[in-house]
Design a protein around this ligand. Structure first.
Ligand SMILES: *Cc1c(COP(=O)(O)O)cnc(C)c1O
Length: 469
C-alpha cells in the first residue's frame, strides 16, 4: 500500500482549537506591548488577550522569579506543605498597601489555576459557610446572579453566568438552583426618557433583587454574585451609583453572602486595586484572576472576609474543597513577582492616569462616530458599543458581525482589541474592549486609538455602502 496517511498539504492540527475551521495566528515571541507573529508581523496588543497582560509581555522580573522558584521547589501538595511563594503572595494581595485608605476586611486568600475555579470555590465556600452556621443544616441552596454577566466555563461558574451564547448547548444540564436578575447596565436599561435618574435606576434594580430574594425565600439564598464592573459580556459596564451599596445592604439584611467577581476588573484594571473600592462597600468573597498573574502563569484567587473565616473556624475548621495544583509554588511565585512590580512601579496609579488619557483619546476619536453608541469604562478598561442607530440604540443585525469586523480590520492594521457580541441581550449587540497593559506609553495609546479609528472607519464605510445598495 502506497497510500499517504495525510494526503492534504496541510495536515489537520492535533490541538483542539476554539474553531475547527479557522486556525489562530502563531505567535513566535512577545515583548512589552507587542506580539510577534510567525509571518513576521508585529501586533500592538491593545487588550492583553482578554484584559490579562497587565505588565505586557516578557517582564524580566517575572521571568527571573519564576525560574528561581522552579529551581527552589516546583511542587508540593497543600495537604502537608506550604511555600513562602504562596504565603507571600497571599500577604501581598491582602496587604493594606494595595488600598491604604480602605479597610476591605479580607483576611485569607485561596489560590487556584483559573477564574472559573476561583468562582466555583466561592460557590462552595458560601454554601459551606451556611452549612456550618446551621451546625450541619441549611435551607440555603439558591445562587442569585445577573444576566449579561460572566463567571466562567466550569459547570458551577457557567451556571451562575448570564452569558447566553456560551450556555446554549448546556441549558438543560446547568445547575437548576440559580436565579438570574437584571444586569446593571445604564446605557441599555436606565429609563432616561421617563426621567429616571441614575440613583432611581439603581434603586429599581435593588428592589428587583429584593423581590427575587423574597420570591425564592431569603432563607433559601446562598449568595449573590456579580462582576463589580462587568467585562467581556457587555463591555466594561460599571453599575449605577448606589447599586452596590443597595445590594450590600440587602445581602447583610437577609444573611446572604455577597461575592464580587473581579477576575477581569480587579488587580488594578479600573484604576484602584479592587474595583469595589470605588463603590464604598466590602464584599464577603472576592475572586481575582486575569491581572493576578498577568498572563505569565495560570493563577486565580478567592479572597475571603474575616466573618466567613470565623464561621468555619467555629465549625469544622476545614475548607471542604481543594485541588492538586492549588497554591502551586511556581504559579504563586510568578504572580508574586507581578504584584511586586505593580507595587514598586506604582502601576495601579499609573493605570488610572493612563486611563484618563485613553478616555480622552477615545471620546475625541469616536464621540461623533455614526455607529458608536456608547464609550464607557474605568481605568485602562474601555469599551465601544456599536449601534445601527445612535438615537434608538438599535443594534446591528448579528449577521453583520460589526464588532468582529472592527476587530479583524484593526488586527489587519496591526492592533489587537477584544471583541464581544450579544451585548444587549446575549444575542444582539456588538462591542470591542480595550485593555492595554498598565505600563502602556502615551505613544502606544495614541497608536492604539488612531489605528482602531481607521479600522472602524473602514467598517463603517463598508456597512454604509452595503445598506445603500
Ligand atoms: C475570564 C473570567 C472568568 C473565568 O476565568 P477563567 O480563567 O477563564 O476560568 C470569570 N469571571 C470573569 C469576570 C472573567 O472575566
Amino acid at each position: 500500500m502506497s497510500q499517504e496517511p495525510h494526503p492534504e498539504p496541510h495536515p489537520e492540527p492535533s490541538l483542539l482549537h476554539r474553531s475547527l475551521l479557522q486556525l489562530p495566528h502563531t505567535v513566535t515571541h512577545a515583548k512589552g506591548s507587542y506580539l510577534h507573529l510567525s509571518t513576521g508581523r508585529a501586533i500592538l496588543d491593545g487588550c492583553g488577550g482578554a484584559a490579562v497582560a497587565i505588565l505586557g509581555h516578557g517582564h524580566p522580573d517575572v521571568l527571573t522569579a519564576t525560574a528561581a522558584q522552579m529551581h527552589q521547589v516546583s511542587y508540593v501538595h497543600t495537604l502537608s506543605y506550604t511555600t513562602s511563594a504562596a504565603e507571600d503572595l497571599a500577604r501581598a494581595v491582602l496587604d493594606r498597601e494595595n488600598c491604604p485608605s480602605y479597610a476591605h476586611g479580607l483576611v485569607r486568600a485561596f489560590f487556584v489555576g483559573s477564574g472559573s475555579e476561583a468562582n466555583d470555590a466561592a460557590m462552595k465556600l458560601a454554601r459551606q459557610y451556611h452549612f456550618e452556621l446551621g451546625h450541619g443544616h441549611t435551607t440555603r441552596k439558591v445562587y442569585v446572579s445577573r444576566r449579561g454577566g460572566y463567571h466562567g466555563n466550569t459547570i458551577g461558574a457557567m451556571s451562575i453566568s448570564g452569558n447566553v451564547a456560551r450556555k446554549k448547548p448546556y441549558l438543560d444540564t446547568v445547575l437548576g438552583n440559580v436565579s438570574l436578575v437584571s444586569p446593571a447596565f445604564a446605557y441599555r436599561f436606565q429609563r432616561v426618557d421617563e426621567g429616571e435618574s441614575e440613583e432611581m435606576y439603581a434603586a429599581r434594580l435593588v428592589r428587583e433583587v429584593e423581590e427575587e430574594f423574597v420570591r425564592v425565600g431569603p432563607e433559601n439564598v446562598v449568595m449573590f454574585s456579580g462582576e463589580t464592573v462587568v467585562g467581556a459580556t457587555t463591555g466594561c459596564v460599571a453599575a449605577p451609583r448606589g447599586y452596590w451599596r443597595g445590594i450590600r445592604e440587602l445581602c447583610s439584611r437577609y444573611g446572604i453572602l455577597l461575592h464580587l467577581d473581579e477576575v477581569m476588573c480587579g488587580a488594578g484594571r479600573t484604576g484602584s486595586y479592587f474595583a469595589f473600592e470605588r463603590e464604598g462597600i466590602c464584599p464577603d468573597i472576592v475572586t481575582l484572576g486575569k491581572g493576578l498573574g498577568g498572563g505569565y502563569i495560570p493563577v486565580a484567587a478567592m479572597l475571603v472576609s474575616g466573618g466567613v473565616v470565623d464561621v468555619l473556624r467555629r465549625g469544622s475548621s476545614v475548607f471542604n474543597h481543594g485541588h492538586t495544583y492549588q497554591a502551586h509554588p511556581v504559579a504563586c511565585a510568578a504572580a508574586l513577582a507581578v504584584q511586586r512590580v505593580l507595587r514598586r512601579e506604582r502601576l495601579v496609579e499609573r493605570c488610572a492616569v493612563q486611563g484618563g488619557k485613553l478616555e480622552g483619546l477615545l471620546r475625541e476619536a469616536f464621540g461623533g462616530s455614526r455607529y458608536v453608541g456608547d464609550i464607557r469604562g474605568r481605568g485602562l478598561f474601555w469599551a465601544l458599543e456599536f449601534v445601527r442607530d445612535r438615537k434608538s440604540k438599535e443594534p446591528f443585525d448579528p449577521e453583520i458581525g460589526f464588532g468582529a469586523a472592527v476587530q479583524e480590520k484593526a488586527f489587519e492594521l496591526g492592533v489587537a482589541v477584544y471583541p464581544g457580541a450579544g451585548t444587549v441581550d446575549g444575542e444582539r449587540g456588538d462591542h470591542v474592549i480595550l485593555a492595554p497593559p498598565y505600563n502602556v506609553t502615551d505613544e502606544e495609546l495614541g497608536m492604539l486609538v488612531e489605528t482602531l479609528k481607521r479600522a472602524y472607519d473602514a467598517v463603517e464605510q463598508q456597512v454604509r455602502s452595503k445598506s445603500q445598495t
